[in-house]
Design a protein around this ligand. Structure first.
Ligand SMILES: *[C@@H]1O[C@H](CO)[C@@H](O)[C@H](O)[C@H]1NC(C)=O
Ligand SMILES: *[C@@H]1O[C@H](CO)[C@@H](O)[C@H](O)[C@H]1NC(C)=O
Ligand SMILES: *[C@@H]1O[C@H](CO)[C@@H](O)[C@H](O)[C@H]1NC(C)=O
Ligand SMILES: *[C@@H]1O[C@H](CO)[C@@H](O)[C@H](O)[C@H]1NC(C)=O
Ligand SMILES: *[C@@H]1O[C@H](CO)[C@@H](O)[C@H](O)[C@H]1NC(C)=O
Ligand SMILES: *[C@@H]1O[C@H](CO)[C@@H](O)[C@H](O)[C@H]1NC(C)=O
Ligand SMILES: *[C@@H]1O[C@H](CO)[C@@H](O)[C@H](O)[C@H]1NC(C)=O
Length: 265
């Protein structure tokens, strides 16, 4: 599919406009995806009204829950709008996610004007709406992956970097999918390559997949790391229903340590 090519070039344009110098690499990013297909709706159509209503409901339900879905039913059921929004799993809810969701619902119509299907991915949240549902094993991965690199790490540590990254993501994969993570299907972690280089990684699936589907989805992104991430110091791989990210800087909020138990008397 050549939509991937155009997405890639769009992302490169965004890279140069948006790359901040002092914060985490992807923190200022807005990655719109308007290219699901070219179906459009018109001003004042039933679809537009339903979409507005859908986004309002996602705006209310997502920040507290971290994830929510909604459907607006059309009168004759041939034009329903589906939507979902998800917060990055480490954020404190609702306050850590609410600004992102509000921003996303305000911007998506400008980023993808009149598109019947659209998505936008930000540092803190992800939003999709469309007349097509995309959940399901056949649509989860492939054909629609957005990938995004930043500069390579310096040569010295490359081999070790590769190994550390691979090990980190195999651990995060287990952590995200073995049923213990909170929120569901989420893992963050770091490992160090050298005294001045660490890898900070994150994996997350939308929580209403089956475990097996989440595994398939994450596996797809993880196994592509050598090919697509190479020696990049940071990488984002975004699919329909899961995503992978790493950087050489801390970009997520570490969980606060539970208070140590009182000493036994
Ligand atoms: C949508 O239209 C654009 C421009 O006409 C084209 O480049 C793109 O490939 C189309 N996308 C799909 C999914 O058909
Ligand atoms: C979505 O809308 C397009 C036309 O805009 C239509 O061709 C397609 O069948 C619709 N999809 C569903 C699942 O209704
Ligand atoms: C989204 O929710 C916030 C409050 O949480 C509200 O201030 C804002 O107006 C809402 N936006 C829309 C478009 O409903
Ligand atoms: C269903 O509604 C859509 C838009 O409101 C309209 O374009 C379409 O013709 C309707 N289909 C039927 C079968 O009534
Ligand atoms: C990608 O698209 C091709 C052709 O449209 C299809 O045969 C294939 O199953 C799709 N792959 C995935 C993973 O959806
Ligand atoms: C990173 O290194 C690969 C080969 O190792 C090279 O193809 C690529 O252009 C480099 N990327 C940057 C941003 O320097
Ligand atoms: C799941 O993974 C976590 C983190 O790696 C580990 O602590 C836990 O024991 C695992 N649980 C099961 C049931 O495998």
């Amino acid at each position: 599919m050549n939509s991937q090519t155009s997405i890639t070039s769009l992302l490169f344009i965004l890279l140069f406009i948006l790359l901040p110098s002092s914060t985490a690499y992807f923190s200022q990013y807005v990655i719109p995806d308007c290219n699901f297909n070219n179906n459009t709706y018109t001003e004042n159509s039933e679809y537009q009204h339903m979409l507005k209503d859908l986004l309002k409901r996602l705006n209310i339900s997502t920040p507290g829950a971290g994830y929510s879905t909604a459907i607006s039913y059309s009168v004759n059921r041939t034009n329903d709008v589906h939507g979902l929004a998800m917060c990055r799993g480490d954020l404190e809810l609702p306050q850590g996610c609410s600004p992102c969701i509000q921003h996303a619902i305000n911007e998506i119509g400008k980023l993808c004007p009149y598109m019947k299907n659209a998505a936008v991915f930000y540092d803190h949240c992800y939003l999709y709406y469309g007349n097509e549902t995309f959940k399901g094993p056949d649509k989860m991965v492939g054909n629609h992956t957005l990938r995004y690199n930043i500069n390579n790490i310096t040569k010295v540590n490359r081999e070790k970097f590769y190994k550390v990254r691979e090990k980190l993501f195999s651990e995060l994969f287990v952590e995200a999918t073995n049923g213990t993570s909170s929120p569901k299907f989420f893992a963050i972690g770091e490992d160090s390559v050298s005294s001045d280089l660490s890898v900070f990684g994150l994996l997350q699936c939308i929580p209403d997949l089956a475990t097996k589907q989440c595994k398939t989805c994450l596996d797809y992104h993880v196994k592509d790391l050598p090919e697509y991430a190479g020696f990049s110091a940071g990488f984002l791989s975004i699919g329909y229903s899961c995503f992978l990210r790493y950087e050489n800087k801390l970009f997520y909020t570490k969980p606060t340590q539970p208070p140590s138990p009182p000493p036994e008397i």
